[in-house]
Design a protein around this ligand. Structure first.
Ligand code: C2E
Ligand code: MG
Ligand code: MG
Ligand code: MG
Length: 288
């Protein structure tokens, strides 16, 4: 009986698996060509100081417009790019493109760039970063490299050396998606992070879940005691914004302030003089 069921399942899934393998193969093929085809682009999301309501940083986020298929989210294609061994090449493109864009902003605010932990293991990675900054004419202290926690990050010696070198050059470092990895406190001790980005899964639940609220409060307190800033991700409501500000969280990022927008839209936004007490961002109006 079980054997029969197994056989039936096998027959049923074989074509589906075949199709999955096929589509993965074509996805990889398309990814290989995507840089040359100009299918990658960057969007930019403002990060706001909760005390002043002013943008203090902007995070660059990668987008892939796949010919004939539309937009594929980074959560889907980045792991495949990593697996293919192409993240170094793509990451360098992101860094150069973002630094060049940020150098032209009308305000001297910080540029946040996401890095895959794999990028740190590349020999000469620190030099690549320095060259990107030099080429763009962007001061080192305007670049903030966002790194997520992973086993790799905690154990790899090359990573540790690279992060300290970058920090010594004046480049800022943020621990991204804090709370979702599995060695949070160890990473805080081993690496010279300037900022903790609190994962949006905690922020989403603050009004319904006392535990999430307690965890965020503790993280803010911990960061303050360690001399680090805190940024809350995924702030979508005024209530969340206000609560985070009351707890002393230094920065917020999320649809309440602005969705990720194009380089041109961001430039216009940063060029506008604004009143500090009202966050006037394009998508906030749309969402109300
Ligand atoms: P992340 O670094 O944590 O980036 C924040 C993500 O949250 C972005 O998703 C952003 O669009 C989304 N987000 C911001 N505010 C809100 C909000 O209020 N509500 C909701 N629901 N979402 C919000 P995105 O752009 O899809 O990127 C996903 C992840 O992909 C990033 O998470 C980052 O880990 C990775 N990623 C993006 N660009 C790059 C890149 O250039 N290089 C590398 N290595 N990873 C990247
Ligand atoms: Mg990030
Ligand atoms: Mg994040
Ligand atoms: Mg995240």
């Amino acid at each position: 009986e079980a054997k029969n069921a197994g056989r039936r399942t096998h027959r049923f899934f074989a074509p589906a698996m075949e199709a999955a393998v096929q589509s993965r193969r074509s996805l990889k093929q398309d990814l290989r060509n995507a840089v040359d085809a100009g299918e990658f682009s960057l969007v930019y999301q403002p990060i706001i100081a909760l005390e002043t309501n002013e943008p203090v940083a902007v995070e660059a986020l990668l987008r892939w417009w796949r010919a004939g298929r539309g937009e594929i989210p980074p959560s889907v294609f980045i792991p495949i790019v990593e697996e293919m061994g192409l993240i170094g090449t793509l990451g360098e493109w992101v860094l150069r493109e973002a630094c060049a864009t940020a150098a032209g902003w009308p305000r001297a605010i910080t540029l946040g760039v996401n890095l895959s932990p794999l990028q740190f293991r590349k020999h000469g990675f620190v030099l690549d970063v320095v060259n990107a900054l030099r080429h763009a004419g962007l001061p080192a202290n305007r670049l903030d490299l966002e790194v997520t926690e992973s086993a790799l990050l905690a154990r790899d010696v090359a990573t540790r050396v690279a992060l300290h070198e970058l920090h010594d050059l004046g480049i800022r470092l943020s621990l991204d998606d804090f709370g979702t990895g599995y060695s949070s406190l160890q990473s805080l001790r081993s690496f010279p992070f300037d900022k903790i980005k609190i994962d949006m899964s905690f922020v989403r639940d603050i009004s319904m879940d006392a535990d999430s609220a307690a965890i965020i409060r503790a993280v803010i307190r911990l960061a303050r005691d360690l001399g680090m800033k805190t940024a809350a991700e995924g702030v979508e409501t005024r209530a969340q914004r206000d609560w985070l500000a009351r707890q002393g969280c230094t920065e917020g990022q999320g649809y309440w302030f602005s969705k990720p927008i194009s380089a041109a839209e961001l430039h216009t936004l940063l060029a506008q003089p604004r009143r500090a007490d009202e966050p006037i961002y394009p998508t906030q109006a749309l969402m109300q």
